[in-house]
Design a protein around this ligand. Structure first.
Ligand code: PRP
Length: 214
């Protein structure tokens, strides 16, 4: 039996993924150690390998087959648009992709004004404003702390993830439009899905059962 390799998203999603995998008897104790600098972890008994990657890189590893399976946020799947199968909504990491800003920006959105949109997700923003709303906007790519942009006058609005809403609230911003709902998804390499169909399908089914029980 060959190894099945998992690419997990570093941080909160990886912890929740390990919790869920434990429920179906898949364990990787070594990976729980916060101090380790190791990059890849092996479960010899179950012929599984795991590694941690930055979210936007997970679909890349899976598309190229360096990982058979990935767990990553729907936001990243939409943004990266890789040739991979999205096979399961894992039900955790729930949040929303939204257009946010100060309340005065509401009018600009309504009247389809030429506005600047700051975001870590330029493809999602383009798809939403150009293809869905047919509104021409200027998209400015940032890498984090997106809420800063409308406060310091870099943009009128932002496209960003909203989970609890506290970052927006603490910075005097609010949700102006919702683009879509997000959560963690399991993705699979297209060749692996064919070559290891039985093992991967069984895994998906067991995770689906766990999801339904919780
Ligand atoms: C994300 C997102 C928001 C915040 C939303 O940022 O970009 O800033 O979380 O969460 P909330 O609604 O619960 O406040 P993250 O913490 O990932 O850091 P970043 O600013 O570097 O993107």
């Amino acid at each position: 039996m060959r190894y099945l390799t998992f690419a997990l998203t570093k941080g909160r999603l990886a912890d929740k993924t390990l919790d869920m995998l434990e429920k179906i008897g898949i364990t990787c104790e070594e990976m729980r150690d916060k101090d380790t600098r190791k990059l890849i972890f092996v479960n010899e008994e179950q012929k599984l390998k795991f590694f941690l990657a930055k979210g936007p890189d997970v679909p890349t590893y899976v598309e190229y087959g360096a990982a058979d399976i990935g767990v990553v946020g729907k936001d990243t799947i939409l943004e990266e648009n890789r040739q991979i199968y999205e096979v399961l909504d894992l039900g955790f990491g729930k949040c929303r992709m939204c257009v946010c800003g100060p309340s005065k920006a509401e009018e600009l959105l309504k009247h389809h004004q030429l506005i600047r949109v700051a975001t870590k997700y330029p493809n999602i923003a383009k798809d939403y404003f150009y293809d869905k709303k047919h509104q021409t906007v200027e998209i400015i790519k940032l890498n984090g702390s997106i809420e800063l942009a409308p406060i310091v006058g870099l943009s009128e609005v932002i496209v960003d993830i909203v989970e609890t809403g506290s970052t927006l609230k603490e910075n005097g911003l609010s949700v102006l439009e919702e683009i879509c709902q997000l959560s963690a998804r399991m993705v699979v390499n297209q060749v692996s899905m064919k070559m290891e169909n039985e093992r991967i399908s069984r895994l998906i089914q067991r995770l689906r059962d766990v999801r339904q029980q919780s």
